[in-house]
Ligand binder design. Structure first.
Ligand SMILES: O=C[C@H](O)COP(=O)(O)O
Length: 369
């Protein structure tokens, strides 16, 4: 299940977030950047106000990578009674010593490390976080005015980060000026939570959060549904395409055309260890879910197709264009609303003309992939 974390600046906003049914109330001072902390007393007030209705996290401030200072701040905020502490780790050699300094405290409070997508996050810190008992890790952006997470780090790199953290049993969160169209792109990566501030505000990150804005984000992150004691919804399925229509409205086609990427491909030895340009054309036939599409729940985003291609291309050398086409088709059909997909893969640098393959694949009856 992917949880919705909302960053709030005090009791009033915490109440709004509670009404919006977010999953985690995160405390920070947005006016002081990605890691601006509220005074400990203000954090305590929110912890008392929430009174266990939702988990509460707090950031510990814009800390220099000084182990003593980091530990002191963490102890101060741990004493407020929050469920999670968020500690920002800058891309500096002392970050490792700061992690070690928190090892003892991590036995009594859940600590989540925050790494920045715009500072080349250091994957080598992940095992160290585990060794020192950290609960989780999240990617955020330090600079909020220059675009969101997926503009700072390509989707395949975010996917690799999530997969690596999960393989180490760390809880993993993603944030960074996330907007509605980012959500269907990030849900398939199955992070443990997605974090928001800017998208919840009426006019900019420093303005107040707004109930309607929270609601529109909440709608895009499936909540755990348990009806009559039935098994919880399959979030992997929901995450890939939201709820399929109950009545048959027919299909539409979405497409990505002339998407060219350099990649390692080819069965010849001279094609190894170098990239060549490959062009992708994909058309997906998708079930319609409404006559009145209004938000990301109602569409299958073409970004998901491009994200899949980028991730497949980044995964390493592929010998055959046929293998590549099958992988792309399979990725697109992973979305339960896609009933048929057409994929053309063309190698553009092989011969005087382009060469490649076209395939068409259809969802098998009853298959959820
Ligand atoms: O922890 C999450 C952040 O508060 C997200 O803030 P943002 O959406 O403004 O980047």
């Amino acid at each position: 299940m992917v949880r919705l974390l909302a960053s709030v600046n005090g009791v009033n906003e915490a109440e709004t977030a509670l009404l919006g049914n977010v999953d985690i109330i995160d405390l920070k001072n947005p006016a002081d950047g990605a890691l601006g902390a509220l005074p400990p007393q203000a954090v305590r007030e929110v912890v008392d106000f929430i009174a266990g209705q939702k988990p509460v996290s707090a950031v510990c401030g814009n800390l220099a990578m000084d182990p003593g200072q980091v530990l002191k701040a963490a102890e101060t905020y741990a004493a407020t009674g929050v469920d999670y502490l968020k500690i920002g780790l800058l891309r500096e050699p002392e970050a490792a010593a700061c992690i070690r300094a928190l090892g003892e405290l991590a036995k009594s409070v859940k600590i989540v490390a925050v790494l920045f997508a715009d500072q080349e996050p250091d994957h080598e810190l992940l095992p160290l976080l585990v060794e020192n008992g950290f609960h989780g890790v999240m990617l955020d952006t330090a600079e909020k005015s220059t675009g969101g997470l997926l503009r700072k780090l390509s989707v395949d790199r975010v996917a690799r980060f999530v997969a690596q953290a999960k393989a180490l049993q760390l809880k993993v969160g993603l944030a960074g000026s996330l907007e509605a169209p980012d959500i269907p792109r990030l849900l398939p990566l199955e992070p443990d939570f997605l974090g928001f501030r800017s998208a919840l505000c009426t006019s900019g990150r420093d303005s107040a959060i707004d109930e309607d804005a929270i609601r529109s984000i909440r709608l895009l992150i499936p909540e755990e549904v348990k009806a009559n004691g039935a098994a919880p919804a399959d979030f992997r399925l929901l995450a890939r395409g939201y709820t399929p229509a109950e009545v048959d409205l027919g299909t539409d086609k979405i497409f990505v055309r002339e998407f060219v990427l350099p990649m390692e491909i080819g069965a010849y030895s001279h094609e190894r260890g170098r990239t060549q340009k490959v062009r992708f054309d994909v058309t997906a036939e998708v079930q319609r879910v409404t006559d009145n599409p209004q938000d990301m729940r109602h569409v299958v985003s073409y970004d998901i197709i491009m994200d899949g291609i980028r991730t497949i291309v980044a995964s390493g050398h592929i010998d055959l264009a046929e293998t590549l086409a099958e992988k792309v088709a399979s990725h697109v059909l992973a979305n339960p609303r896609v009933v048929r997909v057409f994929v053309r893969v063309e190698k553009l640098e092989v011969a005087p003309a382009s060469v490649g393959v076209e395939i068409e694949r259809v969802r098998q009856e009853g298959s959820t992939r």
